[in-house]
Design a protein around this ligand. Structure first.
Ligand code: ZEM
Length: 289
């Protein structure tokens, strides 16, 4: 009797409630540091999830969030990933508390938590990513270059398997966060509420007047009215190109449509190239539910 009769246990099999605990712990640390940017790690965690996933190449089936290879050099040193060490370091405390979760599941789940906690739509998510080693690092140049325009956007995002509408829907994430001169070289936020996900990116793109910023940094746009907001050349390409622009207009008019399409395409992004063993997706409770 007693303890000696305990059955041998297999490896810990986490279920939805375990992942919800991880979600909650990420939610709790988002605003834990007043000194950081606009008081939220949310935007940089969204960017981590995106850069971990956006390396996917549908032809060779390499890259994507499976593997979490951004832990290793050379991928951690790729120019596009400058500043993302902050995001990886912040999540280490969550990994220490829940050591059973893989980094690759953690980074994508953290992006889901950040989106939902910043007022965004529910992003269905499923576990199953395995961490890889340094040999799975992707070559530099798979993520978009902000100094380019529509042809480049299509080259990069079609390679991942996205279409024009999905490119525009994903780009709405630039409602969040800001550019940092010590990371990308660009400077400033896209919207007046960079810690809340809304369709403001599209509204501002269409409604404001934009001109080249006069400065010694990389070429970017500023809003003529306040000179406090920015657009990248790739952002501006979304209204230069007719096929992109019709989706910008649709999302500017209809936040609900944006949220629906963003949820679909962000969930798809986080799953690129992952060999899942289960179809069951989790929808996590937000702290405001
Ligand atoms: Zn971004 N992004 N991105 N992006 N991004 C930056 C910041 C953020 C591009 C890009 O070059 C840049 C998507 C698509 C594209 C976020 C999410 C998503 C920055 C500023 C640049 C330069 C980095 C810095 O200096 O800190 C380009 C060219 C894109 C092609 C369309 C997609 C897709 C995203 C998610 C779905 C987010 C949240 C940020 C803000 C990060 C922060 O730290 O505030």
């Amino acid at each position: 009797a007693g303890k000696s009769s305990t059955k041998p246990q297999g490896p810990f099999q986490p279920g939805k409630s375990d992942y919800q605990k991880v979600y909650n712990d990420v939610a709790e640390l988002l605003e834990s540091n007043d000194e950081y940017d606009n008081g939220s790690y949310g935007p940089v965690l969204v960017r981590l999830g995106w850069h971990a996933s956006g390396t996917y190449d549908k032809e060779s089936k390499t890259g994507g969030s499976n593997g979490a290879t951004m832990r290793f050099s050379p991928e951690s040193d790729h120019g596009a990933n400058a500043g993302l060490k902050t995001a990886r370091d912040v999540l280490q405390s969550v990994k220490d508390k829940h050591p059973w979760i893989t980094y690759s599941d953690l980074w994508t789940l953290a992006a889901v938590s950040a989106i939902q906690e910043m007022g965004g739509p529910k992003i269905p998510w499923r576990p199953g990513r395995q961490d890889g080693d340094v040999t799975a690092c992707t070559p530099d140049g798979r993520l978009p270059d902000a100094s380019k325009e529509q042809k480049h956007l299509r080259d990069i995002f079609y390679r991942m398997g996205f279409n024009d509408q999905e490119i525009v829907a994903l780009s709405g994430a630039h409602a969040l966060g800001r550019c940092h001169t010590d990371r990308s070289g660009f400077d400033g936020p896209w919207t007046f509420s960079p810690t809340v996900l809304t369709n403001d990116f599209y509204k501002l793109l269409i409604e404001e007047k934009w001109s080249w910023k006069k400065w010694s940094g990389p070429k970017q746009f500023e809003d003529v009215a306040t000179k406090s907001l920015m657009m990248l050349p790739t952002d501006m390409a979304l209204i230069k190109d007719k096929a992109f622009k019709k989706h910008v207009e649709a999302y500017a008019k209809d936040n609900e449509l944006f949220f629906k399409d963003f949820a679909d395409v962000f969930a798809k992004l986080l799953e690129l190239g992952v060999p899942f063993k289960t179809d069951e997706k989790f929808v996590f409770k937000a702290s405001t539910d």
